[in-house]
Design a protein around this ligand. Sequence first.
Ligand code: BV8
Length: 235
Amino acid sequence: MSSHHPALVILTGAGISAESGLPTFRGAGGLWEGHRVEDVATPEAFARDPELVLRFYDARRQALARVAPNPAHFALARLEAAWQGPFLLITQNVDDLHERAGSRKLLHMHGELVRVRCVRCGLNERLEGPLAGRACPRCGARPGLRPDVVWFGEIPYSLDEIEAALARCALFVAIGTSGEVYPAAGFVDEARAHGAHTIELNLEPSRISARFAEHRFGPASRIVPAWVEELLARG
Ligand code: BV8
């Protein structure tokens, strides 16, 4: 393990996918057909009106086919390939742009749009096509299928692995996140408590900017490649 490359943890949010054409949650829109994400992305909303929630996700699943990774996603994949020390990319995003850019050491703490699960039989797999009105292909339940994403009030995935990585990282970098949602918004505090240097790369100051030692503001497709080239040039 090269001493030049200390343990690095990166956290991304919707801002890194904005220039690929996927709307952020709290941007100008922040709404979907007049609904706030907090009102639709919940187990209660799914129990109350499964078809409305499934239509919300069907629209976002279909949008994936129309978008592509941007230079920020590709820069993080290059960084992962070149990094000699421990490397972990944690994303709050449920899109598949990091994978499509080549990232492998990646955790989707809020799940993935391309995966579905059945609330009745536990089926959990990648499944194409609309979910609204569709019976589970294994047990036939309807409603039964839901997107394999973490809703508000549900416990994020891989928290143990994330805690362990934050405890040993020397450099923690947050990219394109508003710092509105927990536990992700608290990761910078955990990294800093263990002595990590912390950097925020974002379009504008976020709710958690004050907790970072260093900031770079601008669009991700410009500032992320610049930061990666600089980091790798340092050796
Ligand atoms: C949990 C998947 C218990 C679904 C998502 C009261 C106070 C504090 C906390 C709570 C509270 N009441 C409830 C809570 C907990 C709650 C929470 O935090 N609520 C918030 C709203 C207050 N959290 C939960 O429920 C979580 N679960 O707590 O369980 C627990 C926890 C641990 C251990 C045991 C038990 C579950 C939260 C997960 C919800 N699911 N997504 C889906 O996507 O449909 S959250 C969803 O919203 C995203 O995944 C993401 O995490 C979040 C959006 O945040 P961002 O990614 O930051 O996006 P946003 O639009 O907000 O910001 C974009 C940023 O990009 C901006 O800063 C902008 O400036 C920047 N930007 C824009 N363009 C660009 C750019 N940057 C660079 N370049 C650009 N071009």
